[in-house]
Design a protein around this ligand. Structure first.
Ligand code: ADP
Ligand code: ZN
Length: 599
């Protein structure tokens, strides 16, 4: 058996394991069944690819999405690994190649869809070849508890028996315990060894911001990521079109993606995003599952995501390569009210509605968190981060949290004294003492709180009211006006029995970082930045020739290292991150030439 660590260096050109990978690989090599929970971008694929190469034999990988299989196979072949995918879209030559490799035992990894694997023909064939390891990706799809149940996963337990797989491994990024137990019960014939890797993604910068002008805020973000790939999640088809158009107006190659486009255009746009270097996708949430692009440099939400789980999954599509990536989530009262009414009108059972309201409130509490956003996020998943992260928007903000008991009391008092039926905008008007028709009609200009907050502008009060709401001190009426009323906790604050921490809102978000040639490579000088661009140009050309995504040729990180290190021989080139033996042989000389020409 080959040593997995030397395969990591020689085939993949990686310097070391990512957290969790080594333990998992060793457990698989010891012959144990394994359930691995690892965040998106954590490097799950390597956990079955390395054992497949170390041990030889055939590893069958179940993956729900054809596009994803295709890209994984292309990436493996670029590393010189014999891999294939069985699917209906294959050309006959491709099927022949796979069939030959199966017969002569040279095929290391075979990707199949769950439907394919359920077929008796496939099962008989695989049973005959002898399957060393059955690896099931996106394993949470087997569980009805999860958010992404797929009936075709239900038959995998039987398929495992039919193909007589010696060993089973299941991988997922979904953490909750109910789903995990369900996966273990349905996919394994003996209790697996379970590995859970923490949920922190330190390379993602987290930021959430009140929505002022969504299009402009998104343009600012994209402007800091010129020449890079990004995703902007939108709340409607129309918004995807508007934002894509605004981005194009600013000179960014941006494409829309939503269920209203015809299938051909949708897959064309997705392909362009995956294959090209600097495409921004303005998409509804339908986009992303199965998009395995490692070099997405930013993910933005032009509207509030549905839940913290959805938020985490969506921002998780940024920075899978481990390099810095930016996220920005915009939210406003409109989003909150919309979600409330969607839940109320959903026709679901009361229990389900209660659960959904709790999830929405947890998300708002994250949006209005007074301190480190990453700590708040991880706490939700039951992970702890001992110290504030230092690089989320709240850690970077100059205005920390403060004792906001007085402010909260003013807000709660205004809500109470106006009869607990008005929305945030009117409450803010009352606090600032604005002479409005409504104030006069309802005599609100006569209550003691009228003008009690004239020291702050209305926009600040709106933000503080949101924080009071997110902290559970007030709740919202179901009616269309979004009237606010006190909760028991809010009443206690008003009576002076509790203190409240609030934070000053920064109305102008400062740029995350000063960007140089690439956000992923802030350390490159402008001279190296130029070389980086030249290397990217060559990469794009080679990728187009081979009809594979650019990152299959080399990852960004590899090009950044090349630009900074400027290797002058093949041997030196082979020491760069991501340059394995096969890639060195195939591409080394061409990249050396570009480096040499740069002087
Ligand atoms: P996941 O399936 O967990 O979302 P992937 O398996 O797609 O993550 O890996 C994400 C990216 O990280 C890929 O581009 C992969 O090549 C890279 N990667 C995985 N393991 C390592 C490692 N040990 N060192 C460097 N890069 C790695
Ligand atoms: Zn932080």
């Amino acid at each position: 058996m080959r040593d997995p660590e030397s395969i990591l260096h020689e085939v993949f050109g990686f310097a070391g394991f990512r957290p969790g990978q080594e333990e998992i690989v060793r457990a698989v090599l010891r012959g144990e069944d394994v359930l691995a929970v690892m965040p998106t971008g954590g490097g799950k694929s390597l956990c079955y690819q390395l054992p497949a190469l170390a041990r030889g034999g055939l590893t069958v990988v179940v993956s729900p999405l054809i596009a994803l299989m295709r890209d994984q196979v292309a990436a493996l072949r670029a590393y010189g690994v014999e891999a294939g995918a069985l699917n209906s879209a294959n050309e006959p030559e491709e099927n022949e190649r796979i069939s030959d490799a199966l017969n002569d035992g040279s095929l290391r990894l075979l990707y199949v869809s769950p439907e394919r694997l359920a077929g008796p023909g496939t099962q008989a064939r695989l049973a005959k070849c002898g399957v060393g390891l059955l690896a099931i990706d996106e394993a949470h799809c087997v569980s009805e508890w999860g958010h992404d149940f797929r009936p075709e996963y239900a038959a995998l337990g039987d398929a495992r028996t039919a193909i007589e797989a010696n060993q089973v491994m299941a991988l997922t990024a979904t953490a909750d315990a109910a789903t995990r137990d369900d996966v273990a019960a349905k996919l394994f014939s003996r209790p697996p060894k379970i590995f859970v890797q923490g949920f922190d993604r330190p390379n993602l910068r987290l930021a959430m911001s009140p929505k002022q002008n969504a299009t402009k805020q998104i343009l600012d973000l994209a402007g800091r990521h010129r020449g890079e790939s990004g995703i902007v999640y939108c709340s409607s088809r129309k918004q995807t079109e508007t934002i894509a158009e605004a981005l194009r107006g600013a000179g960014v190659r941006a494409l829309p993606y939503h269920a209203g486009l015809d299938a051909a255009e949708r897959s064309e746009n997705q392909d362009a995003f995956v294959r090209e270097d600097a495409v921004v996708m303005a998409a509804t949430v339908a986009f992303g599952m199965g998009v395995d692009k490692p070099d997405v440099r930013f993910v933005a939400h032009a509207a509030l995501p549905k839940t913290i789980e959805a938020y985490y999954q969506e921002i998780g599509r940024a920075g899978r390569d481990g390099l810095p990536a930016d996220t920005l989530t915009l939210y406003g009262w409109g989003d909150i009210k919309l979600r409330q009414s969607q839940i109320d009108e959903s026709g679901a059972s009361e229990d389900k509605k209660r659960l959904e309201r709790q999830k929405l409130n947890a998300l708002l509490a994250l949006a209005e968190a007074p301190e480190c956003r990453r700590q708040t996020l991880l706490a939700y998943f039951g992970d702890t981060l001992e110290e504030p992260c230092g690089h989320c928007d709240l850690c970077e903000s100059e205005t920390g949290s403060f004792d906001g008991t007085i402010e909260a009391q003013k807000i709660l008092s205004a809500i109470y004294r106006t009869g607990q039926r008005f929305g945030a905008a009117h409450i803010a008007d009352v606090l600032t003492g604005k002479d409005t028709d409504a104030a006069r009609r309802w005599n609100h200009d006569a209550i003691p709180t009228f003008g009690a907050g004239s020291d702050r502008p209305k926009t600040q009060w709106m933000g503080l009211i949101r924080q009071v709401y997110a902290a559970g001190l007030a709740e919202m009426d179901i009616g269309e006006y979004g009237g606010l009323r006190l909760t028991a906790k809010g009443a206690a604050v008003l009576r002076g029995e509790r203190i409240v921490r609030l934070r000053e809102e920064r109305l102008r978000a400062k740029p995350a970082r000063q960007r140089t040639a690439s956000a992923a490579s802030p350390e490159l000088s402008s001279r190296d930045g130029e070389l980086f661009e030249a290397l990217r140009g060559l990469r794009a050309e080679l990728a187009r020739e081979a009809n594979v995504p650019a990152y299959v040729v080399f990852a960004d990180r590899t090009l950044i290292e090349m630009a900074a290190e400027r290797p002058s021989s093949l041997a030196a080139m082979g020491r760069i991150h991501g340059v394995g033996g096969k890639k060195l042989e195939r591409y080394g000389a061409a990249f050396l030439e570009v480096i040499d020409a740069a002087g």
